[in-house]
Structure formats: C-alpha cells, structure tokens
Design a protein around this ligand. Sequence first.
Ligand code: GLU
Length: 312
Amino acid sequence: MSATPQGYRGRFAPSPTGPLHFGSLVSALASWLDARAHGGAWLVRVEDIDGPRTVPGAAEDILATLAAFGFHADEPPEWQSRRTGLYRGALDRLIASGHVYPCGCTRKEIADSQLGAHQRNTTLIYPGTCRDGLHGKPARAWRLRVPDAATADEPAGAHANPALIRFDDRWQGPQHQNLATEVGDFVLLRADGQWAYQLAVVVDDAQQRITHVVRGADLLDSTARQVWLQQCLGVPTPAYLHVPVVTNADGEKLSKQTGAQALDASRPLEALMAAARHLGLELHDTAPATLAAFQLDAIDAWKRRLAQLPAA
Ligand code: GLU
C-alpha cells in the first residue's frame, strides 16, 4: 500500500446532477468502509463544477441523504464551485511549463479528422492539430499534451513506452492505457469556460491530500489521464480502487439519465444491505437493527473482502 494507514485520507465526490441513487450509494459505502477499515479520514467533495449539469438543491439533498445513511465526514464538505482559483493556478503552472496549449478546433473538425467519426458516441481522439499553433483560429479550449507514443523503430522493450500509463488498481488489478493512441491531448478548460473534471479532480485530490481514491469502475478509464496530470503537476498519485458499477436491467450504468430512483432516506438499512451485497461483503448479521450495528459488521466484512481480491 502506498500510504501509511495513519495518513489515510479518502473521499466521496458526488456530482449534484440529481439525488443520491443506489449506484452512488455503493461508491459512498465503499469509500467510507475503506477509510474506516484503515482508521483514516473520510471527506465529502461536492463536484458542482459542471454548471450546466448541476441541479439546484441536489447537493444539499445528497448531503442530507448521506447523513441519514450514517455517513459523517471528518471535515466540512468542499464545493468545487468555490475552488476555481485553484484550477486557474494549476492551469497557469501548466502553461508556464509548456504542458498545455490553446486549441481552436471545434468538435466537428475533430470528428471530421478521423475514421468512423460519423458514428455517435465514439470517443474522439484529438489528432493534435493545434499542438504547434492555432493556425489562425481563435483559442477555444486548453489541452494537456500527452506523451508521444514510442516510435516503431525502437527495439521492443528497450525503453518504457512513455505514452503507456500504468497503475495498480486495488480491486481491478494492474491497468495500463496508451494515452497517445487511446485518448490524445485532452481538454482541461473547455470552450464554454467550464473547468474539466480531470483537472478539478486532480487538483482537489492533491490539495486535500487524498491518499486513497475509492469510486465506481466507470472512472477507471479516466485514471490514466489523472495519473499523467499528477506527473505534469508534480503531485503524488493516490492509491486507486474502482468498485464494480451498478447496472439496470438493460445493463446500463445506473444514473439519472438511465432512470435511477432516488434512495428512500427513511429506510437506509435496506439499501445499505443491498449495497454491501453488491460489493460482495459477507455480513454476519443479516438483519442489523441499527446503522451502528451494520457499520461495525460491514467494516470487518470489507477487510475480509479486500483480502480476497486478486490485486491484494
Ligand atoms: N463526481 C464524479 C461522479 O460523480 C466522481 C469523481 C471521482 O470520484 O473521482 O461521477
């Protein structure tokens, strides 16, 4: 493990796009259990950075639901919307170090530049058009340079491929992603003036001295970008653990868009027991009478569960 248990700092970072649902409860429970199992601190960060997606009142609703489910943060919650000065400072450092550049491309131009881009929902890999200048176009967004892929004439194995980011996920095992071929230079400040999630999350995790990130596996694909950004900013990389996502009957990730139901805050134990089952926790008490009884049992079960993981 990369950090001492005494220094453990974890967090739950909900986006207030709607009320807490079962999928986010699983992430909240896993991050809370991991912090408690390590005797560490557990923080809550409201990720209300994406103005257009933020629903008024949803953050307050989520915080009240967390309290009703027995999750009490060790520090007052942070709000990303109040931290934009930190994101500006980080971007300025990256501009000064030459890691970022302004980009004048529209989404359509990027889509037109690559094969298969007419298909909807394809991840667009930025072709690097503005890496060497804006070509007379106005700046729209700021992008982070990713390392170039190793050249084909390099003897295999002679050098580590700088574009390949590797990390060990505590649940999912060893991971790697080639940022050059699978992602491309990615946006940190969007054309609409919004800070990108990748920048905000890396700056906040570093500034809040988060040692362990526990979240849903839908974010596994973002982690290599975050590791690279940490390297560019010269900040530590936390330990990562991505729990399996909750899907609906159609196999879609549970979210507001896929019609996830709000949790019933008046009956927390039922939902918590279901969340524990989703995480594969073997509880001794199958009908706990109180939240406190559930929590003690679940912390022990989490420790046993971690010991069973292939990555352990
Ligand atoms: N705010 C993100 C979400 O709700 C989670 C970010 C994270 O845990 O890194 O999906």
